[in-house]
Each structure stands twice: as C-alpha cells, then as structure tokens.
Ligand binder design. Structure first.
Ligand SMILES: [Zn+2]
Length: 351
C-alpha cells in the first residue's frame, strides 16, 4: 500500500484544522464524520492514521478519504493516487495504470466543447438556479451553461454527431469504449460551466452537481477511464480583459456572476483555494495594475481557505503594482452573494 499522507487528505477534504496544532506530530481537527466542533479528530502525521475521540472512528489516510467522500476504499485509493495534489511516497507505482490520451491543444478543445455545448439544452430548473445567482437571461445563454445529458439515447446521439466532426482523443470528459467501438462521456446530474481563458476560449468544463453533496463542483474529466483524458486546474477569466484591476475569486460560476453584478469587472477564478498552478501565468497575461483578492469569507475561519488566500498573495503581489484583500459582510460567503445582496438592496430602495 502506498504511503499517502494524512495531512494531504485533510487539506484536500478541507478539514477544519486546529492551527495551534500544526507542526505537531498529532494535528487536531473538527471531525466531519460526527459534526464535531471541538477538534476531537487526531491526525497522526507519522503513522498517517486518524482517530476521533468523539465518534471513535479511525484508520489510515485512504479510509479517511473513503469515509468523507462516501467511496469504497479501492475507489478512494485510486482517486488519491491519481490526484496531483496528493504526494505519494517515492518508489510507489499505482497498481493499474490507466491508459490516457495526451491533452489536446486549447484551440482544438475549444472547438469540440463549443459544438458539444451547442448540442445541449438547459432545463428550466437549471436556468432558475442561474437566475437566482443574479445572472440575466442573455448572459446565461451567452455563457453556454448547459444541462448534463443523462439519458442514454441523447448521449449516444450527441456523441455520434460530435465524433463525426472531431477527433475526441485528448478532450477531457470523453473516452473511447474499445469493446463497443464508440465514444462515451462521463457525467452526473447537474449543469456544465465553461471555464474560459482571457480570449474566451473554452479550456475545459466544470459540472455543478444537482445533489447537495459536500463537493458541489467537479471537472468534466475522463481521467478514471481507459482511453480518456484528465482535466487540469484551469483558471476561468470573466469580464473585461483590458481592465487594469483584476479580482481573484474561487470558482468559475462565482466569477461569472460577480463580474456580471459589477458591470463586467475583470475576475479570475481559481478552481480551488489551493489549486493555483496556473495563476501566475494568467496574471502575467492580463498584466493588471491592481489585484484584489476576493476569496470566500470563510478565509477568516477555514484554515485551508486562509492558507490558500495567503498563497494567492504570495503569487500575485510581485506581479502587480497594488495588492489588496477585499473583506465584506461575513453573512455572505462568496463575493457573488455579497454583490447580489447589494444589488437587491439597491433595487428595493429604488422601488
Ligand atoms: Zn468524530
């Protein structure tokens, strides 16, 4: 069994760590398995074992991940060893290596995703969800949010049309089923959010899930499928790319809504507070004079978001003339929620 570090898993799952214990052999956290708020979960960084003194659950790093993500341990293990954010001990080779296609260049991915999204619909429920975030009907249509097709027949129809026109090898989300000689796609109930670069080219897609699980978003990726391809931690750019002020937030949809609610202000969305691989490149491309960090307000209480905000600062500060951290009413977690509340207040006043 590979040695997967328990703290890596804790960070990945955004456990609420007790910062006073960071650096010790045993790091404490609130136990999410029993909704604990008293730091009863002990994470041993030497043995990579966990134990909760409240609900008495314990085990290794893989088991922790399996419990939190509601997976069996085999699946949890596969996901962890394939996750670039997890360091696996040296000399370890994953048991089964999945054959993957090399990622297609951006322009080719964009062409495929653009046609793919054009073939899809948006359900009324998903449109309502987007309207409730403050987005206008035109923006919803223009941004190409689309419902993930779930019926076998519609998927087959869409994929056969798409694969007639494009080579789908190396486009994350699609994979080739060798046995039946057809292209397939990975998906779960929800809607697609295009993740675009500063030239409005679609780099990849994210899915906003319908069910209210802890993880609300994931990449449209076929990294777990033979003959598939994984997505990368692309950064979504929304708003006027020529603006001299760049706001940084977390999550593409949030950036779209926040930009719309602030008359096209320039936003860059990191896919997670700790997925900052492409941030420096995007800033260098946009060359803003001023950068405003607008990560979720739980950066004041959530250790991992706070650490992410600090890392954003370390990357962004040297690349701009002025760097500030925006703070707002903590009743609103995201910058989009805050901007929407302000708009609603203004509209109420005007009425
Ligand atoms: Zn517990």
């Amino acid at each position: 069994m590979a040695d997967i570090r328990i703290l890596d898993v804790a960070l990945l799952c955004r456990l609420n760590l007790d910062r006073r214990t960071l650096g010790r052999v045993e790091v404490q956290a609130n136990c999410p398995l029993c909704s604990d708020s008293g730091n009863h979960l002990y994470l041993n960084t030497e043995s990579n074992q966990f134990f909760c003194q409240r609900c008495r659950r314990g085990g290794g790093a893989v088991r922790l991940y399996a419990l939190l993500e509601k997976l069996d341990e085999r699946e949890a293990f596969q996901r962890l060893v394939n996750d670039s954010r997890i360091r696996v001990s040296e000399g370890f080779i994953p048991a089964q290596k999945i054959r993957q296609y090399e990622l297609k260049p951006l322009k080719e991915r964009h062409a495929v995703y653009l046609d793919f999204l054009t073939l899809l619909d948006l359900t009324t429920a998903h449109r309502m969800n987007l309207r409730n975030r403050g987005l206008s009907g035109d923006t919803i249509d223009g941004n190409l949010y689309k419902t993930v097709p779930l019926s076998h027949s519609s998927r087959t129809r869409i994929l056969s049309r798409l694969s007639e026109n494009y080579d789908l090898r190396g486009v994350p989300g699609f994979w080739f089923d060798e046995r039946n000689r057809v292209w397939k796609m990975t998906a779960r109930a929800g809607f697609f959010i295009p993740v675009c670069d500063s030239n409005n080219l679609i780099q990849g897609l994210q899915i906003r899930f319908d069910d209210n699980r802890k993880q609300k978003y994931c990449w449209f990726s076929s990294s777990k499928n033979e003959n598939g391809c994984g997505a990368k931690s692309w950064i979504h750019v929304a708003g006027d790319a020529r603006s001299d002020t760049l706001c940084i937030t977390e999550g593409g949809l949030k950036a779209d809504a926040a930009s719309f609610l602030s008359n096209g202000a320039l936003f860059a969305a990191v896919p997670g507070a700790n997925s900052l691989q492409f941030l420096a490149g995007v800033i260098q491309e946009l060359r803003p004079r001023k950068i405003v960090e607008c990560l979720d307000m739980d950066k004041l209480t959530n250790e991992i978001v706070r650490a992410g905000a600090e890392k954003v600062g370390q990357i962004a500060r040297p690349l701009c003339g002025e760097y500030t951290q925006f703070r707002w009413d903590t009743r609103f977690k995201g910058i989009d929620d805050y901007l929407l509340s302000r708009q609603n207040i203004l509209q109420t006043k005007a009425a």
